[in-house]
Design a protein around this ligand. Sequence first.
Ligand SMILES: NC(=O)c1ccc[n+]([C@@H]2O[C@H](COP(=O)([O-])OP(=O)(O)OC[C@H]3O[C@@H](n4cnc5c(N)ncnc54)[C@H](OP(=O)(O)O)[C@@H]3O)[C@@H](O)[C@H]2O)c1
Length: 224
Amino acid sequence: MLPRVIIHNGVSVDGRMDWFDGDLGLYYGLAAQLEAEAILSGSQTMLAGLDAAIEEMAAMEPSQSPQEDTEDERGVMVVVDSQGQLGKLHHLKVTPYWRDTIVLCSMATPAEYLNYLGQHRFDFIQVGEQKVDLRAALAKLKEDYGINVIRVDSGGVLNGVLLREGLVDEVSLMITPTLVGGETPRSFFVGPDLSSAEDVISLRLIHVEEVGGGYVWQRYDVIK
Ligand SMILES: NC(=O)c1ccc[n+]([C@@H]2O[C@H](COP(=O)([O-])OP(=O)(O)OC[C@H]3O[C@@H](n4cnc5c(N)ncnc54)[C@H](OP(=O)(O)O)[C@@H]3O)[C@@H](O)[C@H]2O)c1
């Protein structure tokens, strides 16, 4: 059994993820309505925000961290990092945004990085030869951690692998009122061109809502 996998992204009307500033408050407000128990991010997404997040944490009052004796409803952060690129992750060991971090690694992940994760008491799941075997990792997240719903907060590359491997159940898009254009593949779904129309992914619209400021929230089930 696998968890329900929901991709949630803010995109331009032409499906791109670069150049525009989306409304982050709205983005995370919509994300919360998806009621996921875990968030899945790629290493590049994590790296893109890591230094700013570390700075933000350093500036935060200790009282802004959740109390240990209150019920902790924050999700778990799961990050894909077979190459061991997140050597600063320990700075985000304690954050107000998620209660724990699990790193997904492969057999090719450098031993020093696995040692680093162990030293800082990060849980890690090691599946796959070179890249992480995402299907096996999702199965372990369900079986070993009881995660039933996972929200993917990532860029087009990880989304693309998950979509092409048939691992996505829902796509949730906050459409921002912008057009970006461009030739580089910075859409929320990056992957090799298809060679057959058979592999087009069909969706069923399950929700559409104007959420203010010209933003539209669209949710689709992936038809499998
Ligand atoms: N607008 C939005 O809603 C939104 C949301 C999140 C992020 N972003 C933006 O998206 C950008 C990053 O996007 P990105 O697509 O470049 O990076 P990404 O989302 O981090 O995706 C790359 C990840 O995919 C993994 N991967 C690639 N091929 C794989 C395979 N065959 N099997 C398993 N895993 C595989 C990589 O694993 P390894 O690390 O193991 O190589 C890496 O962790 C950032 O600029 C970020 O700000 C936008």
